[in-house]
Design a protein around this ligand. Structure first.
Ligand code: PMP
Length: 386
């Protein structure tokens, strides 16, 4: 039999799926995959139920329901001061995952160079390669995840079509500061490149730090595509509603791609997300405040256990160095070990790299009920104390 596509087949099952399956088999507390324990804000869920019964369940507009596109444009103004024309500059997608695919397939030509920053979210590299792009990887490394400016300069060339930037960044919980964004912006202008900005964690930032979209920097409005996700903003990861903001010349090829990928997204979910995006500031503040409490709780517990916990400025995740616990093995072995022996699942950080020496860090997710975190900490304590 003839084989399937070689690029995509070479990737196998994602580490999130593998660890989640293992967690299920061993009845482990799953702090591997990043999804909240709860069921989302009840009023947003009710808006979706209501629309399902009283609204239209037929194909919505390919670009997305106007109410949602208007709400996305308003949010760009409210949070980042950007004037966005919802008619020509906003499109709804089936999650940020589809948004990323639509952007990469829509913008990359065979042989275009694409700058990617490791550690990498799992869908980036396969889609870049399948789109015909040539990846130029720049590595951030624990414990400080600093952006190596020389490496970044070397990764860019006049063949660079775009850089894919994830801030706040999964898994390292880093927020790119304005100075770092300015370096990236300078290189984009020098080499006439675009940026696809994965900002799904834009509202999950702690300690009062600001989220600065690359798109708001001088000269970047026309060069950036900004991607958001209702999954993260409303703790409804199963909904898969994403949204793209980009100037018309960039959005056009992306929309052409979207029409052949999913074409549309369930209308009731879009209507509910439109409702949610207009919630008042206290909703958004509580979202990050509540998560910050959980972050602090898990950081405290893991630190007490002996882990070295790296700083976490945003996202759902903390990265830990497990060497102080005396475990004899690499991160994949450690994560399997604690899943099967302690009943707590985590994700090995090496899975976010193509190669290299980052082999003793585990990512734990804290967007869970406090009771789940307590259970996980109790189990780890019982295991490592024995
Ligand atoms: N980008 C990043 C960095 C993510 O962590 C995730 C979700 N884990 C996504 C994109 C995908 O978002 P969605 O569920 O909206 O497709």
């Amino acid at each position: 039999m003839k084989p399937g596509n070689a690029i995509l087949s070479s990737y196998g099952t994602t580490i999130f799926e593998i660890m989640s399956r293992l967690a299920q088999e061993h009845d482990a507390v799953n702090l591997g995959q990043g999804f909240p324990d709860g069921n989302g804000p009840p009023d947003v869920v009710a808006a979706a139920t209501d629309y399902l019964v009283h609204g239209s369940n037929q194909y919505p507009s390919m670009m997305g329901l106007p109410v949602l596109r208007e709400a996305v444009a308003r949010n760009n103004k409210r949070f980042y001061g950007m004037d966005v024309d919802w008619r020509t500059e906003v499109m709804v997608t089936s999650g940020a995952t589809e948004a990323l695919a639509a952007c990469l397939f829509g913008l990359i030509e065979q042989g275009d160079e694409v700058v990617l920053i490791e550690p990498l979210y799992d869908s980036y590299l396969p889609i870049v390669q399948r789109a015909g792009g040539v990846a130029r990887l720049v590595r951030l490394e624990p414990p400080d995840w600093a952006l190596p400016e020389d490496d970044l300069v070397n990764a860019f060339s006049d063949g660079t079509k775009l850089i894919l930037l994830n801030t706040p960044m999964n898994p390292c919980a880093k927020i790119f500061r304005r100075e770092e964004l300015e370096i990236i912006a300078g290189l984009m202008e020098k080499h006439d490149a675009f940026a696809v900005c994965d900002e799904v964690y834009e509202h999950l930032i702690f300690d009062g730090l600001p989220h600065v979209p690359l798109m708001v920097l001088p000269g970047m409005r026309e060069r950036c595509v900004r991607i958001g996700s209702a999954g993260k903003t409303f703790s409804l990861t199963g909904w898969k509603v994403g949204y793209i903001t980009a100037s018309p010349h960039l959005l056009m090829p992306i929309a052409r791609t979207h029409q052949f990928l999913t074409f549309t997204t369930p209308p009731n979910l879009q209507a509910a997300v439109a409702y949610g995006l207009d919630k008042n500031d206290s909703y958004f503040n509580n979202l990050s405040d509540n998560l910050q409490v959980l972050r602090d709780y898990l950081v405290g517990g893991l630190t007490e256990l002996g882990f070295e916990v790296l700083p976490c400025d945003g996202t759902y995740f903390i990265t830990t160095d497990f060497r102080p616990l005396g475990f004899n093995g690499n991160d994949v072995e450690f994560c399997r070990h604690i899943t099967t022996e302690a009943g707590v699942a985590a994700v090995p950080v090496s899975a976010f790299y193509q190669s290299g020496e980052v082999k003793h860090f585990a990512r734990f997710c804290f967007c869970k009920e406090e009771a789940s975190l307590t259970k996980a900490l109790d189990r780890l304590t019982a295991h490592f104390d024995s």
